[in-house]
Design a protein around this ligand. Structure first.
Ligand code: SAH
Length: 455
């Protein structure tokens, strides 16, 4: 088998990035946009010894797991890798993905992974959208999404995962940019002004936030942008974030307010949260409640416990747990998020939560060293970004030996790696619950219960 050969095969598996996997003549082929159960004709694009990549030419027989994807751009856009897979099959795929990572990376023989908790209505769930702004080939001003693996902007203003209101906000902004000749940023030259439009929505409060990410200090014609946006129902916060650096990082360090407040608010359960543009906030508010309730269940609090919430963001999990614990300590690296967390404790009259800015792997060990027994906790919750926890942090956690660890993860590969460490240093893996926070994408969120072996 060589490059440009045409092969016919049946797809029998799905890869971690949503690509179809099939086997023919002893060779494993990865084929984008093919699904398990499809019989396809494909053209070999790249061959290695035992595997290769092929391009889908034709589906000869459709998989029963296929569904008609509602978004016309789903193939070009990198966002929804598995929109063509029926939702039930997506949930099963995610459960299997977690299970396989726990087996292959974590070395667990038969991990207890529960079926993924899915949504009733898995569209329009995202409360946050970040639209790049730029020019198309003809030089027209556009905003939308980057096409898969490129920085070409697909001018989609209505993503079906996002809120319906996004499109209206974007077109008002683009029209105003055109009217006043406000430029978009050009990644190649590093010139031009508007880089991204960040929009956030409070699901329960119906508040909107618009943040202009600009290359420069001042947004030209700011008053005109305020004028067209401020009367939209729920418009609560219009801000400017300064990002003059080259590169892919969306937000810069500094944000200032143009109109209204510098934040919006939202509720998870009965707790209200203030959210700044730079702070992390879960993107799927409906499923976040499911996730946090599971974390609360796994923490198994009676009111007597001391709890550490490492990677606490704006204190969402901390405050959720503080209602049932004696004391909660939160640690987070982004100073603005900790400012939000402290404010959130006050606004909810929660006085048994304390927050620290810094790296979890530095702040927590330093606190333990300084406070000894007093730092001991019954429960530690971690919710790290995709790269997982530093081993030094896991080591410190094992040394402090809480009765229970609740691990919230958005990457099951690093989760499996970290669980392997924890389970070879005194903990039992009790149960893993995948929660579908990111429908139609290959991403999966999990919450995991671990118990100290001697408990
Ligand atoms: N638990 C929160 C936030 C989880 S996201 C929630 O559910 O909303 C992960 C968070 O970890 C982000 O807020 C990120 O800023 C923070 N973070 C990243 N690296 C960190 C580190 N080394 N130490 C502490 N926090 C970190």
């Amino acid at each position: 088998m060589k490059k440009d050969d045409i092969v016919t095969l049946t797809i029998d598996d799905i890869g971690t990035n949503g690509e179809g996997i099939g086997r023919t003549e002893g060779i494993t082929l990865f084929i984008k946009d093919a699904l398990p159960g499809d019989m396809v004709r494909a053209k070999i694009m790249k061959m290695k010894k035992t595997y290769g990549y092929a391009r889908l030419m034709e589906i000869l027989k459709e998989s029963t797991m296929r569904t008609t994807p509602p978004c016309p751009e789903h193939k070009r856009c990198g966002g929804c890798q598995i929109q063509a897979l029926s939702y039930g099959s997506q949930l099963k795929f995610k459960e299997n993905k977690v299970c396989n990572n726990l087996k292959h990376i974590g070395g667990f023989e038969n991990p207890k992974v529960l079926p993924t908790l899915g949504m009733q209505e898995p569209y329009r769930y995202r409360n946050k959208a970040q639209f790049p702004v730029g020019y198309d080939k003809e030089g027209n001003l556009v905003a939308g999404f980057f096409a898969s693996r490129t920085h070409n902007i697909i001018p989609v203003q209505d993503c079906l995962l996002g809120k319906e209101g996004n499109g209206r906000i974007l077109s008002l902004i683009l029209d105003t940019m055109k009217s006043y000749g406000v430029s978009a940023y050009d990644e190649k030259t590093g010139k031009g002004c508007v880089r991204h439009i960040l929009i956030r929505y409070g699901e329960k409060t119906k508040e909107w936030m618009v943040c202009f990410v600009i290359n420069g200090k001042k947004l030209p014609h700011a008053e005109s942008f305020i004028e067209v946006l401020k009367d939209l129902p729920g418009m609560t916060s219009i801000t400017v974030n300064i990002n003059e650096a080259r590169g892919n990082v969306i937000l810069g360090e500094e944000t200032y307010t143009l109109y209204g407040q510098g934040y919006i608010t939202d509720y998870i359960g009965t707790i209200s949260f203030q959210i700044s543009p730079q702070s992390f906030y879960q993107v799927n508010p409906v499923q976040t409640e499911v996730l946090y309730n599971k974390a609360l269940e796994y923490a198994n609090l009676t009111g007597e416990e001391t709890v550490w919430d490492l990677y606490c963001g704006i204190g969402t999990i901390s405050l959720f747990l503080a209602q049932k614990a004696k004391k909660v300590y939160g640690v987070e690296i982004v100073p603005q998020a900790i400012a939000d967390a402290k404010e959130n404790a006050l606004r909810n009259h929660i006085s048994n939560a304390e927050f620290f800015v810094g790296k979890a792997e530095e702040v927590y060990p330093a606190y333990c060293a300084a406070h000894g027994e007093e730092a001991r906790a019954e429960v530690i919750v971690v919710d790290p970004p995709r790269k997982g926890c530093e081993e030094s942090l896991l080591a410190m956690m094992c040394e402090m030996a809480p009765q229970r660890i609740v691990y919230v993860s958005c990457d099951s590969a690093t989760l499996a790696r970290d669980l392997k460490y924890l389970c070879s240093h005194g903990y039992d893996l009790v149960e893993v619950q995948p929660v579908d926070q990111f429908g139609h994408t290959v991403h999966v969120e999990c919450v995991v219960a671990l118990h100290r072996v001697d408990m």
